[in-house]
Ligand binder design. Structure first.
Ligand code: ADP
Ligand code: ZN
Length: 748
C-alpha cells in the first residue's frame, strides 16, 4: 500500500497516507492501541502477527488486530518497533475475530485475551528454540565405579539402547554429578537431538478397522455430518449417550467425514488430556496410518513442545488437534468441526485470568465459522441439556451400551447405622475380595487427597490451618508433612498443640493415601495403585498408571475423581464409591449435579468388558434422591428433579450469573470496598444483587475475598453491568482488586 506522491505543489505537500496498525497489546488495556506501520513493514505485516511496540517508556508485545489507513492522527502515533512473526502470522484472521468476541464476552482486555490464547512461547520476545532432547548410551567400556549412584546409573543406561534424560531422572535421583563422571570416564556418550515433542510417542498404536455402527450411532453420524450440497451452517449437537454407548466411535466417524471427505480440519476437546491417553490412542489408530496428522495440545507439555505444535498448526500441517481447554484457541485455518467430549466437565472452565469456558467458546467459534459443534456426555451439564430441550441444539441419544453390554448394577450401601467412622464396610470388603479372587480389577473413588483431611488436637479440637488460606492443612503421612491443597504451603506437624499445649494430635478423616494404606492391610498380596493429583505430578506418571491398569498389573486402583473420567478398562468389574456424602454436602447450588455426574461417570467404569459390572455406593444418607437416580442410571429422572428447583431460584439454566470478587490483603478495605460496590450496583430492576458476602474460602493465598453475585434472567443486563467496570475500579480503594467471573462455576 505504499503511496508515493510526486508532489508538484511544492508549498503544501499532502501528507502521504500511511498504514496504521491496531495492536492488542499484552497489557491490561481496554482497547487496542494504534501505531504507524513503518514503510518497510507495509508489505509484510498482516493481522494476527505479533509485533513489538513502544508502550510508555518501555516496550511491549502485542498482536495486530486490524490494519487501516491512518487519518490525521498519524503524526501523534508512534511506529511499530518490530514484527516478530516471520512468514506466518501467529493467528489467522478468523482467530483474531474470534478472540475479540471472547474478550468482549468476558470483559477481559483484548491483549490479555490473545495472550491467554497463545502458547507461552509466543508471548515472549524470543521464541523457544526447538527442543533438544538429551540421551545417553553406554560405550561398552568397563571401569571400576565408585559409589552406588554411579553404579546404578551405569547399569540403568547399559540396560537400554539410547536412554532419555527424563527416564534417567525418573529412575535415579540426582543423576547429574554421576553422569558427568561416567562421561568423563568414557563409559557413556551423550547425544542431543531435536525431540519429537509428542508426549504419546512410543505408545504402541496398531491400526484399527471401524466397527459397524449400531442404529443409534448411525443416526447420530448422519445427523451430524454436514451435507456438502447445503451451504455451511452452524449446527450444534448434544450427543447424550450412557457410558460405553459408543460416543467416541461417533466422533471418529464424523471426523473421518470432515477430514477425509471434506478435506477440512477437526478440533477435539477433552477435559484433561493426561486422563485420556486411550482416546488419543484410538484417534491415532484410526487415522494416522492413512496419513492424517494429529496434534496433541495440553498443559503438561513444556513451553517448547506447545510452541512446536502451534507452529505445525500455523503451517497447516495438522488435520486433527486433540487438546484440553486451551486447544479451543488452536488457529486451525480450515476448521470443519469441533467436538467437545465430556462437555459437562468443569475443567473446561479456566479458574483464573481469562475465566473462559472452552465448551461455551467451542459453540461461539462454531457459530462464527458456521460449522457443526458436537458436545458429548453421559451426564450433560444441565445448561446444555436445557439448551437442547429448548431447541437451541439438536439432541442425539445413545441409549444402550455398545455390543449390548448391560449397565452395571448399582447398590447403595447404608452406613448410617454404624456409629464409628467406617471407611470400608463389610459389603465393600467382601465385594473386593470376590473381585480379586476372580482375577478382575476394582476401582475405588474417594474424593479427598492425602492421608487425612485434618490433623486435630484431641484436647482442644483445634486443627492445623494454613497461614495463608482459610482451610485446614491436609496430613500427608508418607511425607510426614502438612500441606495446603490450595496454595501448596507445607509444614512439619508439631508434637504439641500450639493452641492449648496438648500432646495428643491425631489425624481425622480419610484421604486416598490412607485408603491405599488400609487396603494394603486387608489385601496384602493385591497390587494396589493410587491415582490423584499427588501421585501424578511427574510427567507421564498418569499414563503409566493407565498402562498398568490396561495390562492388569494393578488389582485395585484407588483415586480421586481422576479415576472416574473416561477410562475404558475392560477388566474392571467392581467400582466402589467410598463416601458419596462428601460430594452431596457441598455448599453450592450445583452440588447435586456434580454428585450425580460423578457417580454416573465412575459407575460407567464398571463392566465395560465381557463380564458385567457392579457398583457399590457407601453413604450415610441412603434416602437421598440423587442416589436414587444414580442407582437407576436415570439422567432424565435427575433432570426432572433438579431443573424445577433451579427454575424456582432463577439459577442456570434459567438465569445467568456474574460473580464479582473483591480481594486484597487488608480485610477492612476489602469489606468496605465490596459494600461500596454493592451500593453502586443496586437497585437494579433486572439484576438481583446477592451479597456482598465473604467467599466460602474467605482468605486464599493471604488475600481476603468478598463476593457479590449477580443474577439475571437474560445476559443483557449483566453485560451492561460489565461496561461499568472502569467506574467500579475507580470507586474501589487502590489496594482492592476486582475480578469478574462471567458464568461462574466454582464459587468457593
Ligand atoms: P463412550 O465414548 O460412549 O464411552 P466408546 O466409543 O468408548 O463409548 O465405546 C465403548 C466400547 O464399545 C469401546 O470399546 C468401543 O470400541 C466399543 N464400540 C463402540 N461402538 C461400537 C460398535 N458399533 N461396534 C462394536 N464395538 C463398539
Ligand atoms: Zn494455603
Amino acid at each position: 500500500m505504499t503511496c508515493q506522491h510526486s508532489s508538484e505543489q511544492k508549498l503544501t505537500p499532502p501528507p502521504p497516507p500511511q498504514l496504521c496498525a491496531e495492536v492488542a497489546v499484552f497489557a491490561p488495556l481496554l482497547q487496542p492501541l494504534s501505531y504507524v506501520v513503518p514503510t518497510h513493514m507495509e508489505e509484510i505485516l498482516h493481522p494476527g502477527m505479533r509485533v513489538r511496540v513502544p508502550l510508555g517508556r518501555r516496550s511491549a508485545i502485542g498482536v495486530v488486530v486490524r490494519l487501516r489507513p491512518s487519518g490525521d492522527e498519524q503524526w501523534q502515533l508512534k511506529p511499530v518497533s518490530a514484527c516478530l512473526d516471520e512468514e506466518v502470522a501467529a493467528l489467522d484472521g478468523a482467530s483474531v475475530a474470534f478472540l475479540q468476541r471472547v474478550s468482549a464476552y468476558y470483559s477481559y482486555p483484548p491483549g490479555l485475551t490473545i495472550k491467554t490464547a497463545l502458547p507461552a512461547g509466543l508471548t515472549r520476545q524470543k521464541a523457544p528454540a526447538a527442543i533438544q532432547q538429551v540421551h545417553y548410551r553406554s560405550t561398552g567400556k568397563e571401569a571400576m565405579l565408585r559409589g552406588a549412584t554411579q553404579q546404578a546409573l551405569y547399569t540403568f543406561i547399559a540396560s537400554g539402547q539410547d536412554v532419555a534424560m527424563e527416564e534417567i531422572r525418573a529412575n535415579v535421583p540426582h543423576p547429574h554429578a554421576a553422569l558427568k563422571r561416567l562421561e568423563a570416564l568414557g563409559l557413556v556418550t551423550r547425544t542431543e537431538r531435536v525431540s519429537s515433542r509428542d508426549p504419546f510417542v512410543g505408545l504402541d498404536i496398531g491400526s484399527d478397522i471401524p466397527p459397524v455402527l449400531a442404529p443409534e450411532q448411525k443416526q447420530a453420524v448422519a445427523a451430524i455430518c454436514p451435507d456438502s450440497k447445503q451451504p455451511p451452517v452452524f449446527a450444534p449437537f448434544l450427543l447424550h449417550g450412557v457410558t460405553g454407548s459408543g460416543k467416541t466411535e461417533v466422533y471418529l466417524h464424523v471426523i473421518a467425514h470432515v477430514v477425509q471427505t471434506q478435506r477440512r480440519q477437526a478440533l477435539v476437546l477433552v477435559p484433561e488430556i493426561a486422563l485420556t491417553p486411550q482416546l488419543v490412542k484410538r484417534f491415532r489408530a484410526r487415522f494416522e496410518h492413512q496419513g492424517v496428522r494429529i496434534g496433541i495440545l495440553h498443559s503438561g507439555m513444556s513451553v517448547a513442545e506447545r510452541h512446536d505444535i502451534w507452529r505445525e498448526i500455523n503451517h497447516n500441517r495438522i488435520e486433527i488437534v486433540i487438546g484440553a481447554r486451551s486447544a479451543v484457541f488452536a488457529p486451525l485455518q480450515n476448521l470443519g468441526m469441533v467436538v467437545v467430549d465430556e462437555e459437562h466437565d468443569e475443567s473446561y472452565k479456566q479458574g483464573e485470568g481469562l475465566r473462559y469456558n472452552a465448551r461455551d467458546l467451542a459453540l461461539l467459534r462454531g457459530q462464527m465459522l458456521q460449522i457443526p459443534v458436537v458436545l458429548g456426555s453421559a451426564t450433560p451439564a444441565l445448561t446444555s441439556f436445557e439448551r437442547a430441550r429448548a431447541g437451541h441444539m439438536t439432541l442425539l441419544s445413545l441409549t444402550r451400551r455398545a455390543l449390548s453390554r448391560p449397565m452395571p448394577a448399582v447398590e447403595i450401601v447404608d452406613l448410617s447405622g454404624i456409629k464409628e467412622p467406617c471407611v470400608l464396610g463389610e459389603q465393600m470388603l467382601s465385594a473386593l475380595k470376590q473381585t480379586l479372587e476372580a482375577g478382575e480389577q476394582a476401582v475405588l473413588l474417594l474424593n479427598r487427597r492425602g492421608f487425612s483431611p485434618y490433623l486435630l488436637c484431641r484436647d482442644c479440637g483445634a486443627a492445623f490451618r494454613c497461614p495463608n488460606c482459610d482451610i485446614t492443612l491436609t496430613w500427608y503421612k508418607s511425607k510426614a508433612r502438612l500441606k495446603c491443597n490450595y496454595c501448596d504451603y507445607t509444614q512439619a506437624p508439631e508434637e504439641i498443640c500450639p493452641g492449648c499445649g496438648g500432646a495428643t494430635i491425631e489425624p481425622q478423616g480419610v484421604g486416598t493415601e490412607q485408603l491405599e494404606h488400609t487396603l494394603r492391610q486387608y489385601f496384602p498380596t493385591a497390587a494396589i495403585a493410587r491415582m490423584d493429583r499427588d501421585s501424578t505430578r511427574t510427567k507421564g506418571s498418569q499414563q503409566r498408571l493407565v498402562d498398568q491398569m490396561e495390562k492388569r498389573e494393578v488389582d485395585i486402583l484407588v483415586g480421586t475423581q481422576m479415576v472416574a473420567k473416561g477410562h475404558d478398562f475392560a477388566a474392571v468389574t467392581l467400582v466402589g464409591v467410598v463416601d458419596a456424602d462428601a460430594a452431596l454436602n457441598f455448599p453450592d447450588f450445583r452440588a447435586a449435579e456434580r454428585c450425580f455426574s460423578l457417580l454416573a461417570q465412575v459407575a460407567g467404569r464398571a463392566g465395560r468388558g465381557s463380564v458385567p459390572g457392579r457398583v457399590l455406593v457407601q453413604t450415610r444418607t441412603p434416602e437421598n434422591p440423587v442416589l436414587e437416580c444414580a442407582l437407576n442410571h436415570d439422567y432424565h429422572a435427575f433432570c426432572a428433579q433438579e431443573l424445577p428447583m433451579r427454575e424456582l431460584l432463577g439459577y442456570p439454566p434459567y438465569g445467568y450469573l456474574l460473580n464479582m470478587i473483591c480481594s486484597g490483603l487488608n480485610r477492612v478495605e476489602v469489606e468496605q470496598g465490596a459494600e461500596k460496590l454493592s451500593r453502586l450496583l443496586q437497585p437494579h430492576a433486572q439484576v438481583e444483587v446477592l451479597g456482598p458476602a465473604p467467599c466460602p474460602l474467605f482468605r486464599l493465598r493471604n488475600r481476603y475475598r468478598v463476593q457479590i453475585l449477580l443474577k439475571a434472567a437474560t445476559r443483557l443486563p449483566l453485560h451492561q453491568v460489565l461496561t461499568r467496570l472502569p467506574e467500579f475500579n475507580a470507586a474501589l480503594p487502590a489496594r482492592v482488586s476486582l475480578m469478574v467471573d462471567v458464568d461462574p462455576l466454582d464459587m468457593m
